[in-house]
Design a protein around this ligand. Structure first.
Ligand code: BG6
Length: 511
């Protein structure tokens, strides 16, 4: 990882960034606000231009006006008018259909003109913020138009948004399609979880502290719980969500990133491929589910109506663009095992869902209980385990729980916590989570992007689950109330191993 670049504040390489689907939500909510934050941090090259490309009826002028309005709503902090003025004059719009070969010729010509004007040195950065059905088509068209070849030191890079395929076969097919045109090093498969500060901190935490690494294995760790709980429902995304479901939407991408960063071996360097090799090994070591195990080691759920944040909310089946008979899952819990020397027999429990009781994304490492000998008179159940929690959202930080003597004449154990909260130490730096990812792509650092083999390894674990679920439609949906902690089967999944989910409502917030 070229970490020192960012520390030194080296600006990004000169380039034209072309956003496909520029009129969509991602551009206004994340990309433009993130670029503004980078500009405010002097991390953007002066030799930069942004070109929106899509079928919407904008001109450069009207597109600039739209973004100027949008940024007022979506900036993470007020944008300095000088920065916006600088930014606005390098924004352009080219109208065209993604499958129209002529449109790419027009785009190509425009990119040369715009590139010359802003002295972008011929570098091109394509961001595919489009529906997945266009990924292959756009890459094919770019290739056919001669817009992906790297010559004379000029680079061409493509960021591809999620979802990257909808099962193993489609992910392989998509990889095969885009690799007909692009080299792996030109492809940046984005996972916005890797833009999160605490997720990036996982590697720093594990590998820059000598006290944690020696205990980071099956001898000391009893199990790991990874939670990504949301209080929101599917909002306006019912159409997409009906085709995806919680498993596809969250697990092979976001949650598997958390698994691999938690479980990976130390890389030999922070070069992109050293880090990704170690992550990929973890993903390859995930034990595949047999059909019987899908039944006993996975749980799916769908929310019924209920109460969230004091408001009555509808069932999933009553959400816009959702079928009233939908069998799409909005909750999933899994028990995973990693077949390697470090993690043999240590369960990794994953859960994620919509309309749960609280918003919380975290990784909890539960250590073995202490041997009881000294505490013979203490009920076993009251002896708490050591627990290390990496809080990713909404708070960012790390907490460590351990036992301490309750003051008084009797020998009694209490549980206490040491908390590190990012904001307390480093202040708050509002960001969209895309800053680092955009910057890294513009300097050619692919560490935080998924490689083809990682994506396929993730799908290889998930696809058998999808197949069994499809063959056996759920009989009890909806099976959890909005505002609850999910179906009771998810509690049973852990109870069978003598464990219980962390009580996040009680334990998550430390302030
Ligand atoms: C997206 C999913 O990738 O991640 C959404 O499509 C989900 O359904 C979101 O809400 C969660 O991301 P975050 O950053 O809010 O935890």
């Amino acid at each position: 990882m070229t970490e020192d670049n960012q520390q030194a504040g080296r600006p990004s390489d000169p380039c034209v960034m072309v956003i496909f689907g520029a009129a969509g939500d991602l551009t206004k909510r994340k990309l433009i606000p993130a670029l503004c934050n980078l500009a405010a941090g002097n991390l953007l090259s002066q030799q930069l231009a942004i070109v929106g490309f899509g079928y919407n009826d904008f001109t450069t002028e009207s597109f600039r006006q739209k973004l100027a309005e949008d940024i007022k709503t979506f900036a993470t902090s007020p944008v300095d008018p000088k920065i916006w003025a600088w930014f606005q004059e390098r924004i352009y719009y080219v109208r065209g259909d993604f499958s129209d070969t002529n449109a790419y010729q027009v785009l190509k010509k425009q990119l040369v003109e715009i590139g010359n004007k802003h002295k972008t040195q011929g570098n091109l950065f394509y961001y595919l913020a489009v529906a997945p059905r266009f990924f292959s088509e756009i890459v094919k068209q770019l290739g056919a138009a001669g817009m992906t070849e790297e010559q004379n030191g000029q680079w061409r890079r493509v960021i591809i948004e999620k979802p990257f395929g909808h099962d193993l076969e489609s992910a392989r097919a998509l990889n095969a399609d885009i690799k007909k045109v692009l080299e792996e090093r030109q492809i940046y498969r984005i996972d916005h979880y890797l833009g999160k500060e605490t997720v990036q901190n996982l590697m720093m935490f594990r590998f820059s502290n000598s006290i944690f690494e020696p205990i980071w294995n099956r001898h000391f760790i009893d199990h790991v719980q990874i939670t990504a709980a949301e209080t929101v429902g599917v909002e306006q995304r019912g159409g997409y969500y009906e085709t995806a479901g919680a498993l596809r939407d969250m697990v092979p991408n976001h949650l598997f990133q958390l698994v691999s960063l938690t479980a990976m071996e130390p890389p030999i360097s922070f070069e992109a491929d050293s880090v990704r090799d170690e992550q990929a090994k973890v993903l390859h070591a995930l034990q595949p589910f047999s059909p019987e195990e899908v039944l006993s080691k996975t749980v799916r759920g769908q929310y019924g109506e209920g109460t969230t944040d004091g408001q009555r909310v509808p069932a999933y089946r009553a959400e816009p663009d959702v079928s009233p008979q939908s069998n799409t899952e909005t909750y999933v819990a899994l028990r995973l095992l990693i077949d390697n020397w470090r993690w043999a027999k240590v369960p990794f429990y994953l859960r994620t869902g919509k309309r749960l009781a609280s918003r919380a994304t975290e990784i909890a490492i539960r250590f073995h209980r202490a041997p009881f000998i000294l505490f013979r008179d203490t009920p076993v159940g009251s002896l708490q385990r050591n627990e290390l929690v990496i809080h990713i959202a909404p708070d960012e930080g790390i907490s460590l729980q351990f036992g301490a003597k309750v003051p008084g004449p009797i020998m009694q154990q209490g549980t206490v916590k040491m908390n590190f909260n990012y904001v307390d130490y480093f202040g708050s730096r509002p960001s969209t989570g895309y800053e680092r990812l955009l910057y890294d792509c513009m300097i050619g650092d692919a560490t935080l992007f998924q490689r083809a083999d990682m994506v396929e390894a993730g799908w290889a674990v998930i696809t058998p689950v999808l197949d069994v679920w499809k063959a056996l439609p759920p009989r009890s949906f909806p099976n959890y109330a909005a505002g609850s902690w999910g179906p009771k089967e998810a509690d049973e999944l852990l109870a069978r191993d003598g464990h219980a989910w962390r009580d996040i409502d009680k334990d998550h917030h430390w302030k």
